[in-house]
Ligand binder design. Structure first.
Ligand SMILES: *Cc1c(COP(=O)(O)O)cnc(C)c1O
Length: 362
């Protein structure tokens, strides 16, 4: 059986250093916002070519606090892709703002820049782009729209640690980059963790306060904040894994290339375009008979996942909010997409086995 993911295998190469980090943590007697968080924030900012990184409790909080920093008037509109993971939309709703869903480009699965302009109104305050599956969005077009209209750009980088467009890393194009270090992400902790990147000193200060009860001086509260501190131990683990992140991304890119070169053309494969450095958080194919393909692969010892089976606008929780709107491109993707094994611990041989099985599917 080739599992889709196996977190035990994924983290095996790091076990000895995790244990060292735990021993140091235990010996330090300092459990919250200590040196490990500070160190990781500096390391991640440097790695991501961002001026600042603020460690947070998870990726949803990163998205939520990025919007909260602006205190937009309730009901203000925030543009978001219709095929994102639900978290991006929840961040908007959690701030009493109105999500305006825009369809993706069916080729890239990322927000379609041509449709963004049509969705902008006088109430638009922000756009949350999502670099889905590890591919950077069409940032040249999006930045051109940003310079024409006045809105805040927040990047959901939860699936795109290290993805680039023209050599520029995700999380540095907009006012904020929001990262998740959920265990399965390209940079994954051993629990929940997240971060915001920004190049703006003032915005960094606001996020630093918001994550800690609106305070950066004990018992002096300047804002209505929350508790969303990055855990000290998770920060220590993340520093260990950050050293391997370039290798992890390279490995996933190599596996993706094997799929791209060897899968038969019955499958709709991810597009590869000049200027884009994709990190394949998810390697997906699309197929009309996706459910039959998934069952066939399972019978033949290959685990797969669907990202995601139900489009946000079809979720029960969203019926009030997105009342009767339809998003056919998102629906098409959700109905046909299948994610293949493409993790750091998978071998090229395993991927070629998956290819062999897939190429026999009729
Ligand atoms: C994982 C993910 C999130 C949420 O991250 P958490 O750390 O689980 O809160 C947000 N957006 C996208 C696109 C994600 O894949």
């Amino acid at each position: 059986m080739i599992a889709y993911e196996n977190l035990l295998e994924l983290n095996k190469p790091f076990t000895a250093r995790f244990k060292e980090q735990f021993d140091e943590f235990l010996a330090s007697g300092w459990y919250i916002l200590g040196n490990s968080v500070k160190r990781f924030e500096q390391e991640y900012a440097a790695w991501n070519q961002s001026a600042y990184c603020i460690g947070l409790a998870n990726g949803l909080d990163a998205l939520t606090l990025a919007l909260k920093a602006y205190n937009f008037e309730p009901g203000s509109e925030v543009i978001v892709p219709s095929n994102t993971y639900i978290a991006t939309i929840l961040a908007i709703l959690n701030n009493n703002l109105k999500p305006v869903l825009v369809e993706p480009d069916i080729r890239t699965y990322n927000i379609n820049p041509q449709l963004i302009e049509e969705a902008i109104t006088t109430r638009t305050r922000a756009i949350m782009v999502v670099h889905l599956y590890g591919k950077c969005c069409a940032m040249a077009a999006i930045l051109a729209i940003k310079s024409k209209h006045n809105f805040v750009l927040i990047e959901d980088c939860a699936q795109a640690h290290g993805a680039m467009f023209n050599g520029t890393k995700t999380g540095t194009f907009g006012e904020f980059g929001a990262f998740s270090f959920y265990p399965t992400k390209n940079l994954g902790a051993l629990g929940d963790a997240g971060a915001i990147t920004t190049n703006d000193n003032k915005l960094a200060g606001i996020i630093r306060q918001l994550r800690n009860y609106g305070s950066d001086q004990k018992y002096y509260n300047e804002r209505i904040g929350t508790n969303s501190r990055l855990d000290e131990l998770q920060a220590a683990f993340l520093s260990v894994k950050l050293q391997a992140l370039d290798n992890i991304n390279n490995h996933k890119r190599n596996l993706a290339n094997l799929y791209l070169q060897n899968l038969k053309r019955d499958y709709i494969l991810p597009v590869v375009e000049d200027g884009y450095y994709d990190v394949y958080h998810i390697f997906n194919v699309r197929h009309e008979r996706r459910d039959a393909l998934k069952a066939y692969l399972l019978e033949n010892g290959v685990g797969t996942e669907i990202h995601y089976p139900i489009a946000p606008h079809e979720q029960k929780a969203m019926q009030e909010v997105l009342k009767g709107q339809t998003f056919p491109v998102a629906k098409e993707i959700h109905d046909t997409t299948l994610s293949l094994p493409c993790s750091y611990w998978h071998t090229p041989q395993q991927v070629m086995q998956v290819v062999e099985v897939m190429n026999k599917f009729v």
